[in-house]
Each structure stands twice: as structure tokens, then as C-alpha cells.
Design a protein around this ligand. Sequence first.
Ligand SMILES: O=C(O)COP(=O)(O)O
Ligand SMILES: [Mg+2]
Length: 231
Amino acid sequence: MPDLLIPSYENGLPQLALFDLDGTLIDSAPDLADAVDFMLLESGFSAAGEALVREWVGNGAPMLIKRALAHALELEEPQQVAEAQFQSAASIFYDRYDEYCCVRTRIYPGAEELLQHWRDQGVAMGIVTNKPARFTQPILQALKLEQYFAISLSGDSLPVKKPDPTPLLHACEALQAQPGSTLMIGDSINDVLAARHANMKIACVTYGYNHGEDIRDANPDWVMDSLIELK
Ligand SMILES: O=C(O)COP(=O)(O)O
Ligand SMILES: [Mg+2]
């Protein structure tokens, strides 16, 4: 693995840094698991627990809900969940998570130190998350993180989400940065694929949510145990 100095950028710093949110900057799994378990219990199933929810996060709230229902119904694929069942479970999940989306959610150690450092160094920063916007904004506000970001794109901000590269390219265009001078920082295969398709370098954290797989298997350009290593 190459060291974390980023030689392809001027001064070793990217012009623009795009951050994934869940599993990269914040550990949101405890509150997500609470909302999933509330939804499952209200729908007449058993709770799934946080460990499983950590494996289901990463492709947006609708997919998280479908994965939880597929597990409860012992279906092989989340796509097999009936639309009516999904809709009623989703409204329970959304109401619950609207109210309790930032109770036990925490910023990972080292994350804010990197954000402060890069802000001082003049690196432009943005959020590209698959989380729906109705949750992204309140969480960024509650954790006082919104001040760092010039742009924040959520899973429903555009017609497509990661692993599609469109949100990453959209952020570059909005902030007049070249993909080749932009660094994506994430925790999952969705971040790696989106960055690859956008011709961006990708650095990944090992502690996040990657569907139970080791992120090294996705071959990101850099792997780190803490965001502080980027500083
Ligand atoms: O909400 C999700 O499923 C994942 O969100 P993320 O893209 O910030 O990891
Ligand atoms: Mg993530």
C-alpha cells in the first residue's frame, strides 16, 4: 500500500475533497438500527440488531428498509419485498428516524480534526452521501459539521446515487474542480466504484460499513484506520 502522501496533487493536497457521510465521518449505525428495529417490531417482526444493520447500510434508506424486510421475511433478494409492505414499513422508519436521527450518532475520532486542518489549508470540501437529504441536513446541523462543506449531495438530490459517478461529477462541476484534482473519501464499495467511474482517486477507512466485507478487497488507492492519517 502506498503511503498517505498524495503525490498526484499539488502540495500533496487535493483541490476538492468529497466525503461520504455514514461510516466515514459519522457512526450513524446506532440510530439507524434503532429506527430499523422500531419499524420491524411495529410491522410484527423481531428486531434485527445493530450488527446486521451495519451490513445493510450503504445504498440509501429505501434499500436499508428492503434489506431489513427481506431478512425478516426470509426472502433471498430485497427486490422481492412487496411494494405495499415496503411503503408501510418505510413510513414507520422515516417518521421514527426523522425524530431520532441524531441521538447516538457520533463523529468518528479524527474526522473533525482533518476537516479543520483542510479548511485551514484551503481545500474545498463536499459531502456525497446516499442518505436521503431530509436526514443529511439535520444530522450535519446537529453535529455542527455543515460549516465545513461547500456542497452537500444526498441520495435523492439527483436522479442517481453512488455507485453512479454523477453526484461526484456534479460536485466537481459546481465547485469548478477537476476530477483529477479531487479526492473521494469513503467506506464502501459504492464509494470506490463511483470514484473510479468519475476518474477520481479514492481513500477508504477500514472502520465503516461495507456490507460485512473488507474494503481492501475493493482496491481503493489508499486505506486508513483513521481520517487523521490524511492530515
Ligand atoms: O444511507 C446510506 O445507505 C449510506 O450513506 P453513505 O453514502 O453516507 O454511506
Ligand atoms: Mg458510507
